[in-house]
Design a protein around this ligand. Structure first.
Ligand code: NZQ
Ligand code: ZN
Length: 387
């Protein structure tokens, strides 16, 4: 077991109706609020009106139109401008992971004198941030409980995932009823994203019985509950369990003491969604089984056996490599069963930019240090196998 140094400063407020506590929580941070949101889903579900009603006594500024795969220009830059010009006390992010990630970049950018991209690209370290409160409306990224953020810069095809302890939200409201309206496509993609967050921690050199059990339960919870959510979008119990399982995803709690994996599928997927603006969870679901096949070897096979036997109930008396191959197929079949398009061509990606993307990943994601190292050729091979 590896040494670790762990703290999560985020307060989670979970359950039906918890948003009623918003005024009390917001009053801890000041009067001037920047309310951030996306393309309008929060208006359709009545959450925008609810928030405005609850926060009547506050001064509210707004940044709307934050897109999936949130863009540095205009959203981050515009948010930073509003915060600086109006001396904003606290950001209230209402929406999915994209709204929250954009808000994280705004929060540190607003307290920095230079170009906020310096903080996202690790050119320099943020020294301060505006506190963030969020109401998450989509179970997927775990951004509500983690220090990560992912921002896209269209002109350079960059989609950078970066980690900064200042990115932890101060408070996250998790009301599963706000996820009832998430489309089937986004529900399935959210499940695939969270499955992958766990996989990125599970497939490593050194794990513990405790972490393996926690992560295996996470896989099973996501697979069972995603199907229930797809069958009945208003199944509160299923939405609630899916939400919490996703919340744990990128916070590190699933793998305290594990050796690192290098997060290879995320490293590769970020190039796909940077170049083609596809849905992150779909990109991950497509790559993952091909990555698994690519890295299956004497070194990795025992982890696949554990995964196959404990998650999918594959007969443990079979040959190790047979179990591993069945586990990979079961992973593919699950994603297909929740109607995720399972080929890059299905999401509009063809052969033409594969080498360019592979080079971009190899240059920027340090996957040569992953548990199962990936060089540029490996990355290109995985993309080609995913076509
Ligand atoms: O823009 P609106 O109108 O709000 O619609 C959104 C958007 O179109 C919609 N939506 C959200 N809540 C809804 C809803 N529709 C109906 N009812 C609701 N309750 O869903 C669409 C997708 O939203 P988005 O926020 O983009 O999805 P998600 O939460 O999956 O976030 C994806 C982004 O997070 C990054 C991804 O790379 C991607 O950019 N990630 C962030 C991570 C982190 N911070 O830790 C980790 C992840 O690995 C991931 O990379
Ligand atoms: Zn992800």
């Amino acid at each position: 077991m590896q040494n670790f140094n762990y703290m999560t400063p985020t307060r989670l407020i979970f359950g039906k109706g918890v948003v009623e506590q918003l005024p009390e929580v917001m009053s801890n941070y000041g009067k001037k609020i920047l309310l951030t949101y996306g393309g309008g889903s929060i208006k359709k579900i009545g959450l925008y009106d609810k928030v405005k009603e609850l926060l009547k006594g506050f001064e509210i500024f707004e940044l709307s139109g934050i897109q999936p795969n949130p863009k540095y220009d205009p959203s981050v830059l515009e948010g930073v401008r509003i915060c600086k010009e109006n001396d904003i006390d606290v950001i209230l992010a209402v929406g999915g992971g994209s709204v929250l990630d954009c808000s994280k970049a705004i929060a540190t950018g607003a307290k920095y004198d230079g170009d906020p991209w310096d903080l996202i690209s690790y050119k320099t370290k943020a020294q301060a941030s505006i506190p963030i409160v969020d109401i998450i409306t989509l179970a997927a990224t775990g951004s509500e409980y983690d220090p990560g953020g992912v921002i896209s810069r269209t002109e350079t095809n960059d989609k950078i995932g970066y980690v900064d302890p200042l990115n932890y939200p101060a408070v996250s409201f998790l009301d599963p009823t706000y996820t009832f309206t998430v489309s089937k496509k986004q529900t399935a993609a959210g499940c695939a994203d969270a499955m992958n967050h766990i996989m990125e921690q599970y497939f490593c050199e050194d794990s513990t019985m405790l972490n393996d059990g926690f992560m295996e339960a996470g896989f099973k919870s996501l697979m069972v509950n995603a199907k229930k959510c797809l069958e009945n979008p208003e199944d509160y119990t299923a939405r609630a369990e899916m939400m919490l399982t996703c919340t744990y995803g990128c916070n590190g709690i699933y793998s305290l003491g594990n050796s690192p994996s290098g997060w290879p599928c995320h490293g590769m997927e970020h190039a796909l969604s940077a170049y083609y603006d596809i849905t992150h969870g779909e990109g991950l679901a497509i790559i993952t089984p091909r990555w698994m096949t690519h890295i299956l070897s004497d070194k990795t096979v025992d982890r696949f056996v554990k995964y196959g036997v404990n998650v999918f109930g594959i007969d443990s008396s079979l040959d190790k490599f047979d179990i591993a191959k069945k586990a990979i197929q079961a992973t593919y079949d699950f994603f297909e069963s929740i109607n995720i398009p399972m080929h890059l061509r299905d999401v509009g990606i063809d052969e033409s930019r594969i080498d360019e993307m592979a080079q971009h990943v190899a240059d920027n994601e340090r996957l040569e240090n992953a548990w199962a190292p990936l060089l540029e050729k490996d990355i290109a091979d995985i993309f080609r196998a995913s076509l």
